[in-house]
Design a binder for this molecule. Sequence first.
Ligand code: F6R
Length: 615
Amino acid sequence: MCGIIGYAGHRPAVPVVMEGLRRLEYRGYDSAGAAFARQGALRIVRAKGKLAALEEKLAQEPVATATCAMGHTRWATHGIPAERNAHPHCSNDAAIALVHNGIIENYQEIKKELAEKGHVFHSETDTEALVNLIAERRKSEKDLLRAFAVALREVRGAYAVCLMHCEEPETIYAARLSCPLIFGVGAGEHFVASDIPAFLPYTRQVIFLEDGEIVRATATSYEILRLEDLRPIIHEPQTILWDMQAAQKGGYRHFMLKEIFEQPRVLADGLAGRLTAENALLPELDALPVPGKLHIVACGTSWHSGLWGRHLLEHWARIPAQVEIASEFRYRESLLLNRDDMVLVISQSGETADTLAALRRARKQGAMVLGLCNVVGSSIAREASAALYTQAGPEISVASTKAMCSQMLMLALMALYWSERKPADNIDQTSAAFAPEQRRLLIALLESLPALLDAHLPEMHENARGLSRKYADANNFFYLGRGHCFPLALEGALKLKELSYIHAEGYAAGEMKHGPIALIDTLFPTFALALDDALFPKVKSNIVEVQARQGKVIALTNEGLDLTVDDRWVIPSLPAPLSAFMALPALQLFSYEMADYLGKDVDQPRNLAKSVTVE
Ligand code: F6R
């Protein structure tokens, strides 16, 4: 997730901006840059890598007199990490510099229009299209504010932007739509930033800018206007009482909780520009053949995503898929016999040693390998035949949460995408899932996910907190599920054991009677996934079997289902398998609350590393 800071004030601006960028480092980045005005021109300095590289370059610059500047840390989502893709980007006439967080969905159309008018592009970014669009509109608009607004009205997607113009060297302009941007009100100085820590040492007075708002600020004045018609808006600044650490966590107690609550945004970002009325757009896959068979390989939570994705790839796209743990796959005599076999490796970090080794082995065998990663430019993304990115933003808490949500979303989009590319006779005619009206329904449901989850997360959190108090003395837990809920049961158990150190086992509910049920007694509770799907009656029978052995049961379920259990936790209904997007955060929140209540180190559980780069 990129970080933005803009400053207009009375201090030397570049050090303020650099310090702000350092306070945004926790968001993750792979390049950085800054802009300031000097002698009627804009100076832009950018560097790949850490802030030290940028600082080294800035040390050669006469920055001392600038009292207005802006900076950016870039976490690559599209173009590779490189200096030419780093921000700020500059318009062709060198008059405007822009830093940007987000995705401009229609940037290709904008680029085409501008190229016809003679604009030249030096990067692969959407930001360069936007800065040139503003410059183009400046030619016909009365002033920069209007040009900025007109250009932004033409843009589809999500953005937080900050802009400087060489003719107004003491002014910053900024705007937001679906990306965070906060305005800081100091004494004789103003700030905009992606997050409060960037300017917290200077002011605690903040305004949380809303979607569709523009701000223009100098050291001594500011105005906030509606993008739509440039009418002024009055916002009273709020006083922030958080300390620096709390501010980095966005006011949440832990990064894990923050990341769980980021999932609606992760879903919205993942869907942005990826859907038409009836299909998924995955241009990254256009050049690849439709796989005849998929071998999904991953570790831990990413493996659980793969297990869940298999249901969709087989059911929607009719592609046979097997899912394997990378540390097993790499040493097994795996048979990649056919030319159209494809290996799909899933890894948040893109650096997991076993997954990387599995990828290398598959490539050595001549297989086509597709990497599904979160970290752009990671080893797996680079070494795979092709890469798809989950765009979840950096995940800081060791336990993976939002990354799994983003992986599941991409797997759903892949299944949808390939479903249309399979020859008609390969599609199971008994399944009505892919009649045009069904596709439209499915897409409407996918589009509804971010808002639905956003609306229910606070209530889920409350329920999780209540249940954790009741079950915190358990030493063991079963997690049961069937069908697409079985991988969720595995994930629920993994989250509980890694965070709270309570022994937990995820099982396919139908397997219980083949042995594990012997463990059930009054002290061994079960967390059952009993959602409204075709397998509900079967799960219900398994729950009754547990209850017959005096086992206590929490059921994650939907409204209207006939179920008698100790604790019934109702989550919003969605048709399977999309209901997983509601169940996953509930499982995460339960484990989070258990661990926090038990006083465990939630963000850094013992014995664990975020990225397992050794075998
Ligand atoms: C669990 C967790 C791990 C990772 C696993 C794979 O919360 O985070 O199980 O999922 O180490 O990591 P990546 O996805 O980076 O390959």
